[in-house]
Design a binder for this molecule. Structure first.
Ligand code: ATP
Length: 339
C-alpha cells in the first residue's frame, strides 16, 4: 500500500522526517509517535500535498512526488484539524467532497447518504456543522474521507478531542472501515493503547525517524507475562520483594506492579517451560504461599516501558534512569491520568 525510501522533510530549523524507510501492507496500520514526531508530515508527503526534501514514497504503486492527484483519487484523507465550514450541513459538505472526487451528482448523493449513515450521523446531517459536537465533526471528517470509496484512507488523529466513550466508538468505526468494506487504513495517534486495539500492524516514529515497524503480535506475543501474587511470611515480611529479588538472582526478567504483584517475563518455547519451573521452585524454596499466578498478554505500552537493557522497572528499587523509553508510552500515561 505504502513504500517510503529515505524520505526526509526539512523545514527551516526542523527536520520533521529523517530518512524514513518503511513499507506498509493492507489492513489497519497504526502510526504512533509523540506530538511533533512527524506523523502529519508523513501523511502530507504521501498524498503529494507537500514535496519531500529527499527520498521517495509510493502509495498504491504511484509516486507521491509526481502522481499526487492520481493518489488522492484512490485514497481518502481525514485531516487532524477542524476544517469544516460551520454554516454548511454535513450532507451538503460531503456531497460536495464526493463531487470534487469525481462522482456524478446522483452517485455523490447516494454515497453521501450511505456513508453518513455508516458513521452514525442521521437527522443531524441536515443541520449546519457549526453546532456539532467534536464527535460529530470527527464523524463528518471520516465520512468525507470514505465517500469516494477509496482503497486506502489516511486518518490523522481521528480520536483527537473525544471523550473515552467517543474514542471507543471512533476506534470501532475505524476497524469496521476495514472489516466491512475492505478499505485499508493508516491511522495516527500519540496513544499506543488505542492503536493496539484496532491495528494489525504498528509503525512507531520518533523525531522523524523510524523506531519500529511490526505486526501487532510482534509487540505483544514474543513474551508472556505471568502475574504472581504470594503471601508474606515471618521470614519474609514482604513476600513479593523476596520473590522479586530471588528471581532477579536466578536471572529471570521480572518487575513489580502495584503492591503485591510480581510480573515475570516468560519467553516462548522450552526456555519458557523452565521459566515456569523456576517461579514455582523459587516460591517453594522461600516457603511462601501462592495466592495466584496468571498469564497476561503484554500491552504495547508495557513493551515500550520495559527498559531496553532488559533490567527491571521495579518501583521498589529505583535505579538509574532508563535509556530513552520512546515518548508515546509516557504520553499515554499522561493522557490516562488526564482522563
Ligand atoms: N509547515 C511547517 N513549517 C515548519 N515546521 C513544521 C511545519 N509542519 C510541521 N513542522 C514541524 O515538523 C515537526 C513534525 O510535525 P508534524 O505535524 O508532522 O508532527 P506530528 O507527529 O503530526 O505531531 P502532532 O500530532 O502534534 O501534529 C514539528 O516539529 C513541527 O513543528
Amino acid at each position: 500500500m505504502i513504500v517510503t525510501e529515505g524520505l526526509s522533510k526539512r523545514y527551516p530549523g526542523v527536520t520533521a522526517l529523517d530518512r524514513l524507510t518503511v513499507s506498509i501492507g493492507p489492513g489497519v496500520t497504526g502510526l504512533v509517535g509523540a506530538n511533533g514526531a512527524g506523523k502529519s508530515t508523513l501523511i502530507k508527503l504521501l498524498l503529494g500535498l507537500a514535496p519531500a526534501s529527499e527520498g521517495t514514497s509510493r502509495v498504491l504503486g504511484k509516486d507521491s512526488a509526481t502522481e499526487g492527484a492520481a493518489i488522492r483519487e484512490q485514497v481518502g484523507y481525514m485531516p487532524e484539524h477542524d476544517c469544516l465550514p460551520p454554516d454548511v450541513p454535513a450532507t451538503e459538505f460531503v456531497v460536495h467532497m464526493a463531487r470534487m472526487s469525481g462522482l456524478p451528482r446522483a452517485a455523490a448523493r447516494e454515497r453521501t447518504a450511505d456513508t453518513l449513515r455508516h458513521v452514525g450521523l442521521y437527522e443531524e446531517r441536515y443541520r449546519p456543522m457549526g453546532g456539532y459536537s467534536t464527535g460529530m465533526k470527527q464523524r463528518v471528517k471520516l465520512a468525507q474521507a470514505l465517500v469516494h470509496d477509496p482503497r486506502l484512507v489516511l486518518l490523522d488523529e481521528p480520536t483527537n478531542g473525544l471523550d473515552p466513550a467517543g474514542r471507543d466508538e471512533m476506534l470501532a468505526l475505524i476497524r469496521r472501515v476495514h472489516t466491512d468494506f475492505g478499505i485499508s487504513v493508516l491511522t495516527t495517534s500519540h496513544l499506543l493503547g488505542e492503536l493496539e486495539r484496532v491495528s494489525d500492524h504498528v509503525v512507531v516514529i520518533d523525531g522523524g525517524r523510524l523506531l519500529r515497524s511490526e505486526p501487532i503480535g510482534g509487540f505483544t506475543s514474543s513474551t508472556t507475562t505471568l502475574a504472581v501474587e504470594v503471601t508474606d511470611s515471618d521470614t519474609h515480611p514482604s513476600g513479593a520483594t523476596a520473590l522479586h529479588d530471588a528471581l532477579v538472582t536466578a536471572g529471570v526478567t521480572v518487575r513489580r506492579e502495584g503492591g503485591q504483584l510480581v510480573m515475570v517475563d516468560i519467553p516462548p518455547g522450552e526456555a519458557g517451560d523452565r521459566g515456569y519451573d523456576t517461579v514455582r521452585d523459587t516460591i517453594t524454596d522461600l516457603g511462601l504461599g501462592l495466592v495466584r499466578m496468571e498469564q497476561r498478554r503484554r500491552r504495547i505500552a508495557e513493551v515500550f516501558s520495559t527498559r531496553a537493557d532488559g533490567a527491571t522497572a521495579d518501583p521498589s528499587h529505583p535505579a538509574t534512569p532508563a535509556p530513552a523509553a520512546p515518548a508515546p508510552a509516557a504520553q499515554e500515561g499522561a493522557d490516562r491520568r488526564a482522563e
